[in-house]
Design a protein around this ligand. Structure first.
Ligand code: GDG
Length: 741
């Protein structure tokens, strides 16, 4: 049975010293309860062992001396020891002074220090090395968060078949922000993430940003979810993290919470209570929140002495300068706030800088009238979900920043822009005066949603999809030509007497170039084709969407056949061009050309290729985003324009083409097969236009149809690149040589 490795920067435990002995105790937290609930409830996902990997927060010496004080049922721990200096550069440096500010849209806070990046990569390698000593190829790994972006890639190099999931707990920023990172680091981070099989984000927006980055920076194509990378299908999707709904919902009446709430209600008296709790962080918008509250008091003087704001901040990352600065700003602001707006008997802001116990936290969630949560950016924000879940009395109002991932699900909250002081002020007033029926309706709707997609549903959803990705990969993997298939192919080839080769050109025999006319066949390719064509048992056709002139120019000296414009014109071996369809292109070509020309203007670097029987709009060189948006637009416009014409609109590799509907490579291949009656067929192609040909060959047992790339296809096999095709053809040409001798 396989094992599950959960990897996070810190191990979920605390090390304590008691009576001269060190003890380590499992701490609680959202992720721990998710994993425990998942392991406990989903019997299908039973792992033989769950190993938690991370930095323990104590020295190796203390770790070895420490006694595990819980009863050690849930997890085995794999501690990662990094030397203190390296940890500083990796954690406070790259993770929290580059990635954290940048991914939260604070680019001016990012410090692009090469030492930070080096330590980050080295620390991730220490994780990878330590794990490699323990892992088996059929184990499952789930990596968490921005500290470990390169880890999946490192593990993948060591274990090609390992099942790896990655989840990012913070936002993934737009390309314009991500590109601010030095180029080499950009690639390192993205390629690292792509080592996973499934990459999870909180929202579809973050997923979209990630896909835009891999498209723009790594030049990879995707279909909105799946990415082909390193011979694998990798999936990116949204999994909005959640909370243990029942834990929070059922806490309302527990004795500890009731007594803590009573205490807070006494402090509250007949005033309204606003509450917020966050780690100390510049992303949490604490100053903006205070400004909004101040504006509310200024706009509504009747609330003086009638409202209190309990602001709780939890110490965090205080050794980083930006965090210490933030603390000072907030302390000073609150001091001045209370002295300016308060009175002897009233402090408008009650400020605590400490960690609350779970019961204290729930007591405040349930004693307050309004939770004021105003991050400037937040991956999700669990506080908002916890507040809503805790209100089993269905009372209370949530004011939430639209910059938090949670706003996507908690749309019945009063959503605000944290930079809009007046809006915050207005929503505080609206919330404090909201009638009970409206409070209940809003709470009910939000609770229903959190309850349905709780933390267990989140973890189960992630694992379910991870399993699905693995089976999709398997489907593709079996099709890549392996050594055994090559042996069979060569055997069938050498036994055959009437062989037919149908070879697509662009993207199959030769890689794409910036401009179509630059993709000239190399002397190597020509010599392989010549060698093959010398064998009288072989009949070779280049079967392409290109026009007859260029094919003739490039292959005129070879004794091979040519098929131009997807089959509109065929030139048999040693014969002349024949037009296969009588089509009056003049009837439609100028209308289509006019439509395409408008897109050449709208999309710089795109151009039209004019052929005898078809027109193609190429956008390979255009800006990626502009190209793909305009291509979709043009495709739909052309489909509408050709709906009642005998034309077909094709969506190829960075090209939209319009041609006669009666022409396709399948029809052309059919004609050639009929004429030749071959006992061995070898066909290659890389895009949608080749699928008609592959369909034609699907049921012919003596055929080898090969798709270049790893997209879904009717072809029987896949090869990765034109380079591999050329190698295979070279082997075939050598086999033929051996036969001849
Ligand atoms: C990151 C992302 C994403 C806070 N103060 C106390 C306390 N807490 C607990 C809350 C909540 C957690 O800490 C804070 O979670 P958030 O989601 O609000 O924020 P981050 O710590 O920044 O977490 C965030 C999250 O990862 C999960 O993916 O949502 O966007 O930044 O659970 O209850 N708990 C107690 N006392 C406190 O004083 N007991």
């Amino acid at each position: 049975m396989s094992r599950l490795f959960i990897v996070s920067n810190r191990l979920p435990l605390t090390v304590e010293q008691k009576d001269g002995t060190h003890l380590y105790r499992q701490s609680s937290g959202g992720l721990i309860s998710a994993i425990k609930a998942f392991l406990g409830k989903d019997k299908e996902n039973v792992f033989s062992e769950t190993v938690w990997v991370g930095v323990p927060g104590c020295s190796e010496h203390v770790w070895n001396a420490a006694v595990q004080s819980n009863n050690h049922e849930d997890f085995t721990y794999l501690p990662i020891f990094l030397n203190w200096k390296k940890y500083e550069l990796y954690y406070n440096g790259f993770s929290n002074s580059v990635l954290w500010p940048l991914f939260h849209y604070f680019p001016s806070f990012a410090e692009y220090n090469t030492q930070y990046y080096q330590a980050y990569i080295e620390s991730n390698s220490v994780f990878a090395e330590s794990m490699a000593e323990q892992l088996n190829p059929d184990d499952n790994v789930w990596i968490h968060d921005y500290h470990l972006l390169p880890l999946a890639g490192m593990l993948r190099k060591k274990f090609p078949t390992l099942t790896i999931g990655f989840f990012l707990h913070i936002p993934f920023p737009s390309f314009e922000i991500f590109r601010m990172i030095p180029k080499e680091w950009q690639r390192g981070l993205l390629e690292g993430m792509l080592g996973a099989d499934l990459i999870g984000f909180h929202t579809l927006e973050y997923t979209g940003h990630f896909l835009a980055c891999i498209e723009t920076i790594l030049l990879l194509e995707h279909d909105g979810q799946y990415i082909s990378w390193d011979n694998r299908q990798v999936k990116a999707d949204a999994f909005p993290i959640s909370i243990d709904f029942s834990l929070f919902n059922e806490a309302y009446d527990t004795p500890e919470v009731v007594s803590a709430r009573l205490r807070y209600e006494k402090i509250k008296g007949d005033k309204k209570l606003i509450f917020s709790v966050d780690r100390l962080d510049y992303t949490k918008g604490i100053s903006n929140r205070l400004k909004g509250y101040e504006q509310f008091l200024l706009d509504n003087p009747e609330y003086a002495e009638k409202v209190t704001f309990a602001l709780n901040i939890v110490p965090s990352r205080d050794s980083i300068v930006k965090y210490a600065e933030r603390k000072k700003i907030i302390d000073e602001y609150i001091g001045s706030f209370n002295s300016r707006l308060g009175s002897i008997g009233w402090q408008p802001v009650l400020y605590q800088y400490k960690h609350l116990s779970f019961h204290e936290l729930i007591a405040l969630y349930t004693a307050c009238d309004l939770a004021l949560i105003t991050p400037l950016r937040d991956g999700m924000n669990l506080v908002a979900k916890e507040f809503v879940a805790s209100r089993s009395d269905k009372r209370g109002v949530l004011v939430l920043s639209e910059m938090a991932g949670a706003a996507k699900e908690l749309s019945e909250g009063l959503l605000i822009n944290p930079n809009d002081t007046n809006e915050i002020a207005a929503m505080i007033k609206y919330g404090l005066e909201m009638d009970i029926t409206e409070q209940e309706e809003r709470m009910q709707a939000m609770q229903g949603r959190i309850c349905r997609y709780d933390v267990l549903a989140w973890a189960s959803d992630f694992f379910e999809q991870l399993k699905n990705v693995k089976s999709v990969q398997l489907e593709f993997e079996v099709k890549f030509i392996d050594t055994a298939t090559k042996v069979n192919l060569l055997r069938d080839y050498s036994r055959a007497e009437r062989r037919l080769f149908l070879l697509d050109y662009d993207g199959s025999l030769m890689p794409f170039s910036k401009f179509p006319n630059l993709a000239v066949p190399t002397p190597d390719l020509l010599s392989v084709l010549r060698k093959m064509a010398e064998d009288p048992c072989n009949e070779i056709y280049i079967i392409s969407g290109r026009d007859s002139n260029i094919l003739e120019k490039w292959f005129d000296l070879l004794p091979i056949g040519l098929v131009a414009e997807h089959g509109a014109k065929i030139r048999p071996v040693n014969g002349n061009w024949r037009t296969e369809v009588v089509s009056d292109t003049r009837r439609w070509i100028s209308d289509i050309e006019q439509i395409m020309e408008a897109y050449v203007t709208k999309c710089p670097q795109s151009f039209i290729e004019r052929k005898d029987f078809s027109l193609a709009w190429h956008y390979r060189n255009a800006d990626l985003l502009q190209g793909s948006v305009r291509a979709k637009e043009l495709y739909h416009e052309l489909q509408a324009a050709t709906a009642d014409l005998p034309l077909h609109v094709l969506n190829g590799h960075k090209v939209i083409e319009v041609r006669n509907a009666a022409i396709n490579k399948g029809v052309a291949a059919g004609k050639l097969i009929k004429r030749r009656n071959p006992d061995f067929i070898f066909a290659i192609g890389d895009d949608e236009t080749d699928e008609d040909m592959f369909k034609k060959l699907a049921r012919l047992s003596h055929s080898y149809s090969i798709k270049i790339g790893n997209d879904a296809s009717f072809a029987k096999y896949n090869l990765h690149s034109p380079h591999e095709v050329q190698n295979l053809l070279r082997m075939i040409s050598e086999a033929q040589k051996i036969e001849i001798q």
